[in-house]
Design a binder for this molecule. Structure first.
Ligand code: HGY
Ligand code: MN
Ligand code: MN
Length: 379
């Protein structure tokens, strides 16, 4: 973790800004390549930009572990990287004890899991599995108007190659993702995931008429800001009533003059909860007369029960659900037997510079992952 601690770290906030395909992300991709090469693992980058490091040629379906290295803006150090770093360390531990896998063991770094730049989470795993059409991915645009296809081409990748990747998918016999826990539910160092709540992102556009702040009577205004403000308060009220979570974490005011009525307030709603119907109900009630686009939706994920129970039994670990989305959820929904190992987060804080996990718990996570990989890769 220390070897990447300075990559993309914002000195003012202490948070990480590792947008997909940013210079920080490119630096992390180089770090991944170096970590693979140092262990003589066979490196591969698939057509969607996901990085793979193989211990044993993937001529038959293997066991894959890993996570992501990109972050939300001002994210923490552990969300994503802990799973990738722990994967390399688990391989080191297995080699140290003379273990040799009976099937290929892969480490993956999925690209653009957070969707911080282009707005859709798990782009790498959604493209790999075909959940996201390649054409939609090519057209994803960041806040500066850069299309993903242009960004990829500028990095020497081929946007035309994006899309479901049967060959790469066929190499994944099962997937285990280690991740820092992002709630307060884990009282012991390691847990196993049971499910991921249904969750989605919607863009709401509140339109108005730009005008002068000092010469436009209140009765003459078509001001989108009050409509936005009411929606935020209504979302909170609905969330409390329905027992779901609703968040407005990103808003863009155009043109953004302090002395003018805006013409547009674009706001992004993140809504999640244990019951899909209630999440949908909140969104429907909130947006019935608003311009709204669903930018992403992830149905509830119930992880593979035999694999979940095998890990929980091996580790003597509790099983718990999460409200956070993960690439493991996308793979599980695509039919790949998948599981997650959670490492305790003493405060539960995440998507924040304050995100933390005790070194002893991180070590316990590596030991747990090594135990699981040894069991799954045994002849
Ligand atoms: O938003 C999420 O739950 C994840 O961090 N992508
Ligand atoms: Mn995250
Ligand atoms: Mn994550």
């Amino acid at each position: 973790m220390e070897t990447i601690a300075d990559i993309g770290r914002n000195a003012r906030t202490g948070g990480y800004r590792r947008d997909a395909w940013s210079s920080a992300d490119l630096e992390l991709r180089e770090w991944f390549r170096g970590a693979a090469a140092a262990r003589r693992l066979d490196l591969d980058e698939d057509r969607n930009g996901n990085l793979w490091a193989w211990w044993g040629s993937p001529t038959v379906p293997g066991v894959v572990t890993g996570s992501h290295l990109d972050s939300v803006r001002d994210g923490g150090a552990f969300d994503g990287p802990l799973g990738v770093v722990s994967a390399f360390q688990a391989v080191d531990a297995l080699r140290a004890r003379g273990f040799r896998p009976a099937r290929p063991l892969g480490i993956v770094c999925f690209t653009d899991e957070e969707g911080a730049r282009f707005g859709v989470p798990c782009v790498g795993s959604r493209l790999l599995t075909g959940v996201m059409p390649a054409e939609r991915a090519r057209g994803l645009t960041d806040d500066d108007g850069n299309r993903l296809e242009e960004v990829l081409a500028a990095q020497g990748r081929s946007p035309a190659a994006l899309g479901r990747d049967e060959e790469t998918l066929g190499r994944i016999g099962m997937f285990v993702e280690l991740h820092v826990e992002q709630g307060r539910a884990l009282a012991v160092p390691v847990g196993v995931a049971s499910a991921i709540w249904p969750h989605g992102r919607w863009r709401l556009d509140f339109r108005g008429r730009a005008d002068h702040a000092g010469t436009t009577a209140l009765s003459d205004r078509d001001d989108p800001m009050p409509a936005y403000a009411s929606a935020v308060l209504r979302a909170r009220e609905l969330a409390e009533r329905l027992g779901v979570l609703a968040t407005f974490g990103k808003v863009r005011v155009e043109p953004g003059n302090a002395n003018a009525i805006p013409s547009l307030v674009a706001a992004w709603l993140d809504a999640r909860g244990p019951e899909e119907a209630k999440v949908r109900r909140l969104v429907d009630e909130l947006t019935q007369d608003t311009d709204v686009i669903c930018e992403s939706w992830t149905p509830e994920v119930a992880f593979d029960v035999p694999l979940r129970d095998r890990l929980a039994g091996l580790l003597g670990a509790p099983v718990l659900p999460t409200g956070a989305g993960h690439d493991a959820g996308i793979l599980a929904s695509a039919g790949v037997p998948s599981a997650m190992i959670f490492v305790r987060n003493p405060t539960g804080v995440s998507h924040s510079p304050a995100e933390f996990a005790e070194p002893a718990d991180c070590e316990a996570g590596v030991a747990a992952l090594a135990t699981v990989l040894e069991d799954l890769c045994r002849a």
